[in-house]
Design a protein around this ligand. Structure first.
Ligand SMILES: [Fe+2]
Length: 280
């Protein structure tokens, strides 16, 4: 098995309820599962029986086999293979306080040109890692403005002196002396390669996914086997995942801000929110 999933069954139930605008009592009525049991499932205290999982999945428009596999702890994505495009990628598995978060250093293999995707809110660790790798990011690409993704820009700006990019509908994080606003579909050169900004709102109003080669750096839009929290718009987030992220070919890698990497194919087959909702 791969790394533990970011979201457990309890998170999935809560996010699916959020999509319906349902309380725990509403779900209890719709699925004919006691509300006390639903509360304990959402607190990770108990797992549903197979029959309860089936009724919960049906009520919440989730894929039952996928939900059951996650409820039983039987699924996590296969480790992803290296992207065939000529770049190197280093995933920094960091902590902001006690909260695990990932950011990424990507470098054009031919020229060494490097970008930092998100900050993990931990600039000291990012700077140390960049120094140890012998790379100097020439741009910072922010998926969104939450502190665990965009915090620490001041220290990074001082160290690297490079622009930071963000979506136009996102709050402006502090610390960068050269904060630039993206257009949807905009490409940014990375040595001999190009990174494309794809707007994927929903978790936040101005969320951005970055595509490099056959890899998608998706922030908190999608987690393996789940979706992000829809702080801005649940239908908007669902739309972003189904029409943007999962519109890429199956082998495309998805690197979220939390939890293990996955692929478009894995999520189409095993994500309870999206299995059966997008063309195979
Ligand atoms: Fe976030």
């Amino acid at each position: 098995m791969n790394a533990p999933l970011e979201d457990e069954l309890g998170d999935i139930l809560e996010k699916a309820r959020d999509g319906k605008g349902w309380s725990e009592e509403d779900l209890a009525r719709a699925a004919e599962v006691p509300v006390a049991a639903i509360r304990r499932m959402e607190r990770y205290e108990i797992a549903p029986s197979d029959d309860e999982a089936r009724r919960l999945a049906h009520a919440l428009d989730l894929d039952y086999p996928s939900l059951l596999a996650i409820a039983r702890g039987e699924w996590s994505p296969q480790p992803v293979s290296a992207d065939p495009a000529p770049f190197d990628m280093v995933c920094l598995d960091l902590l902001m306080g006690s909260y695990p978060v990932k950011c990424y250093l990507v470098s054009c293999r031919a020229t060494g040109a490097t970008a930092l995707i998100d900050t993990a809110g931990n600039p000291r660790a990012v700077i140390e890692r960049a120094r140890s790798l012998g790379v100097t990011p020439r741009m910072i690409l922010l998926t969104h403005a939450h502190a665990d993704h965009a915090g620490g820009l001041g220290a990074l700006d001082k160290e690297f002196g490079c622009p930071a990019w963000i979506g136009p509908d996102e709050p402006r994080p502090s610390g960068s002396r050269d904060l630039r606003v993206l257009k949807d579909g905009q490409t940014l050169p990375l040595g001999e390669l190009a990174i494309t900004a794809l707007f994927t709102p929903g978790h936040t109003a101005g969320g951005v996914t970055y595509r490099l080669g056959e890899s998608l750096f998706s922030g908190d839009c999608l987690f393996a086997g789940s979706m992000g929290r829809a702080n801005a718009s649940w239908p908007g987030l669902f739309h972003s995942v189904t029409t943007r992220l999962l519109s890429f070919p199956g082998p495309f890698r998805i690197y979220p801000g939390h939890g293990p990497a996955t692929t478009v194919a894995e999520e189409k087959r095993h994500n309870p929110f999206f299995c059966g909702k997008v063309p195979a």
